[in-house]
Design a protein around this ligand. Structure first.
Ligand code: F0G
Length: 460
């Protein structure tokens, strides 16, 4: 094992008790949950890796902010503090708080997309895809081919395939492309970073065809840290300078602040300079989210976000944060467990298809591994594969995902080195008995975003 655990650049002032149920109890709980991880009660989970979204531990400064915040309906001081912080970090003039990332998507995409239009992205996250489709348009993923090979270690596996982007624009007609979305980091491809060069080249293609470029900025700080580590010319730049440059190439951003801004709730919508577009966004915000100076959030959420935007940029924190992923990934390397490598920014995406080559995509290997992890050690993870991808909106047929991952998303500032060891040990145990593990079939599913609610049963 060549990777050392990077010590936490903080100490712990408050704790939350967690417990592990017995194996018999866990088997019962997951069966009762119809093998859907979202149906489990959190108190029945020992290590919760379902998501890194909104599960962050806030700092003492943020908790102090909870008390200091201004709860005025209009024009509260927390709102202005947030505007100032978001303008400073992103460099954008027009900032709208919203309750979370998908609210920003709903507000913005509804203005740019409709039937007959397309959205092209290095990869749409599932809610992003849903909002493209709810607006009547179609979502096309256009990630570099290396992303599809978990064992291939390249520095920026989350990149947009820029050549393919241009050919897609020509194929569908520039006038039909409502927007291009660059997701940093690329969550669905494994939290893989996007290079500055790739953002710049994507922006150049968008400019050439007069198409708006949106940054899906959920994990902008982790992406910037990777750029600083891996891309030539950035090692001496600050994280904030890198983020400023990254945002400067796009026209707008939608941000789930529940990730890199280290809060439990919040989102932002930003427009660089198109005042008219921002004005339309404000109208939609008032009807969907609430008045513009709170956007569906309480004053304390705005205040904590203003603080978190800066805490997320701290390099000591980011080194420890990415270090956690690298530590866990190195334990898996030692055990010969394949994951999306090099490891991404917010979690380890285990290659469930490699673990279970006998389970076909339509029996959801990623979901099967998630269930096993819960049974093995009370760990909750989720499928990022065919189960999550769902059915073709036109034909209703099960889509075949390019990968079958089980995502171990690590909440920020929450778990310790020993927790990571428990996770690795559980995976190693499962690998030993992998050939006996069976797949799942869906017994009920809703029409969109089915993985949150579907019921499953064991095959055979
Ligand atoms: N974009 C990306 C890349 C995301 O990862 C998410 C959420 C969203 C948009 C939507 O943001 O949840 O605040 O509405 N991702 C979470 C996850 C849910 O678990 O990866 P939201």
């Amino acid at each position: 094992m060549s990777v050392k655990y990077i010590p936490e650049p903080f100490r712990i002032k408050m704790v939350e008790t967690i417990k592990m149920l017995s194996r018999d109890e866990r088997e019962l709980k997951i069966a009762e949950a119809k093998y859907n991880m979202f149906n489990l009660r959190a108190e029945d989970v020992y290590i919760d890796l379902l998501t890194d979204s909104g599960t962050n531990a806030m700092s003492q400064e943020q908790w102090a902010g909870v008390m200091r915040a201004d709860e005025a309906y209009a024009g509260g001081s927390s709102y202005f503090k947030l505007l100032e912080a978001a303008r400073d970090v992103t460099g954008y003039e027009y900032i709208q708080p919203v309750h979370q990332g998908r609210a920003a998507e709903k507000i913005l995409f509804g203005l740019l997309l409709r039937e007959g239009k397309y959205s092209i992205s290095n990869m749409h996250f599932d809610t992003t895809r849903a909002h493209v489709e709810l607006a009547g348009a179609r979502a096309i993923d256009c990630v570099v081919p290396e992303a599809g090979d978990p064992s291939k270690r390249v520095p920026f596996k989350g990149n947009m395939d820029v050549e393919k982007l241009e050919s897609l624009i020509k194929k569908y007609g520039a006038e039909n492309i409502g927007l291009v979305v660059i997701t940093v980091t690329n969550n669905s491809a494994g939290g893989q970073p996007v290079s500055m060069r790739n953002v710049r080249e994507t922006a150049a293609v968008c400019r050439k065809y007069n198409i708006k470029l949106n940054i899906d900025a959920a994990r902008y700080a982790e992406n910037a840290y990777f750029i600083k580590q891996r891309e030539e010319g950035y090692s001496n730049k600050s994280i904030k300078e890198i983020i400023n440059e990254m945002f400067s190439y796009a026209d707008m951003f939608t941000m789930s602040a529940k990730k890199d801004s280290i809060v439990n709730m919040g989102g932002l919508l930003g427009i660089k300079e198109d005042e008219q577009l921002f004005s339309s966004c404000k109208v939609r915000t008032i009807s969907f989210e609430g008045f513009i100076s709170y956007g569906g959030l309480s004053g304390r959420d705005l205040e904590c976000l203003a603080i978190g935007l800066y805490e997320g940029l701290d390099e000591n924190y980011l080194r420890y944060r990415i270090g956690q992923m690298e530590y866990l990934a190195a334990l898996l390397d030692d055990a010969g467990i394949i994951y999306q490598a090099p490891v991404g920014g917010h979690g380890v995406f285990v290659d469930a298809q490699a673990m279970f080559p006998h389970i076909p995509y339509y029996e959801f290997p990623g979901q099967a591994l998630a269930v096993e992890l819960y049974k093995e050690a009370g760990i909750r993870a989720c499928d990022i594969g065919s189960y999550m991808l769902g059915n073709d909106p036109d034909t209703g047929e099960q889509l075949h995902s390019a990968f079958e991952f089980t995502r171990l998303a690590v909440p920020r500032r929450v778990y310790t080195q020993a927790h990571l060891d428990v996770i690795a040990d559980a995976l190693i145990e499962i690998k030993v008995r992998a050939a006996e593990v069976k797949g799942y079939r869906i017994t009920w599913e809703p029409p969109v975003l089915r993985h949150f609610q579907a019921s499953l049963e064991l095959v055979g």
